[in-house]
Design a protein around this ligand. Structure first.
Ligand code: NAP
Length: 302
């Protein structure tokens, strides 16, 4: 058998990178090198159980990245703004990996990119989107063959970031500042098969920014879907304004409010669900995701 194509995966202990590791392992064409900053952490231990090569690495460490990329055919990169809330640092981390990919001569880089919101009319800056758009630009300048997977709102946010809150007996509310505009959503696990499809045929996706989502639903529709599958629990969308969301007491609330405002402005064509399903036909609808995750959703309810 021809030797496997080695893919260096950043964020391997996290949501997107973890999904990519698991999907690559299901494909005999590929071998995985999983990157973490902490080889002793739970995430690294879980990866080792999968018999994956796990290496220590940090996107802040330019020199160390060379070794991590050496011998690799491809790379998956997700940067994590929420690790430090510093746009310039996120941009530099992305640049460091792009430079290391170029120096190592890798054949294809898949970057988890996002959109530039500057000049969009959004209520204020959305640093975690704008930084990733700048990284996309930089990767393009390096000449490294790449694809950007521009993702959407994780369904899993309803398990952690924004679980429905109790407002009465078996009654729950979801409040996000989307007005009556649809939200583009996805099951984060689908990032894995999307990236595998790209790495199987890089020439087809080279230089493209893929606008990916598994569903496009208003929050009324999100609540209807939850109510349908989690009876007798009932879910209701309780709108909140961008201004009020910005004042909520959690780190980055203002930036998230600006992000939802940007989502409202782009609601007509932010992502392409049909294209996403063409890339991977089993991309999950929100309905399918809820059916598969009923227990987890119930546990997350406040
Ligand atoms: P996550 O589950 O929180 O995991 C973060 C991962 O990044 C971990 O594997 C961590 O590895 C790794 N990491 C962080 N800093 C690193 C560094 N300096 N060097 C090497 N690895 C580093 O994150 P995720 O959800 O997969 O991805 C986060 C990104 O997704 C954010 O930037 C966000 O903008 C974007 N995003 C989120 C959503 C959403 O709805 N939540 C939607 C679209 C895009 P170790 O800790 O093991 O080192």
């Amino acid at each position: 058998m021809a030797s496997r194509k080695l893919i260096t995966v950043f964020g391997a202990t996290g949501a997107q990178g973890g999904a990519v590791v698991r999907a690559l392992l299901g494909n005999p064409e590929f071998a995985v090198r999983a990157v973490t900053r902490n080889l002793d952490g739970n995430g690294a231990q879980e990866l080792k159980k999968l018999k994956v090569e796990v290496v220590k690495g940090d996107t802040d460490d330019k020199e160390g990245l060379k070794k991590i990329l050496s011998g690799a055919y491809g790379c998956f990169l997700v940067t994590n703004y929420f690790d430090h809330f510093d746009k310039n640092r996120e941009i530099q981390q992305g640049k460091n990996v792009a430079d290391a990919c170029k120096a190592a001569g890798i054949k294809h880089l898949v970057f988890s990119g996002l959109d530039n919101t500057e000049g969009s009319g959004a209520a204020g800056p959305v640093h975690h989107l704008d930084g990733k758009a700048k990284i996309e630009d930089y990767i393009e300048q390096t000449g490294v063959s790449y694809t950007s997977t521009r993702t959407s709102f994780y369904n899993e946010n309803f398990l952690n970031f924004n679980p429905p809150r109790k407002i009465g007996d078996n009654k729950y509310a979801i409040s996000l500042p989307m007005g009556d505009k649809p939200l583009y959503m996805m099951a984060v696990n689908d990032v894995g098969p999307w990236v595998v499809e790209i790495l199987k045929d890089p020439a087809k996706y080279k230089g493209k920014k893929l606008h990916l989502a598994g569903d496009k639903l208003t929050l009324d529709q999100v609540c209807d879907t939850l109510s349908k599958h989690l009876k007798p629990k009932q879910f209701q969308y309780v709108p909140v304004s961008v201004e009020d969301f910005a004042k909520m007491p959690f780190p980055g609330a203002e930036e998230m409010a600006n992000m939802f405002h940007f989502f409202q402005l782009k609601a007509d064509n932010f992502r392409d669900v049909a294209l996403t399903r063409k890339l991977y036909s089993k991309t999950q609808t929100f309905d399918a995701w809820v059916q598969a995750n009923k227990e987890k959703i119930i546990q997350a309810l406040k």
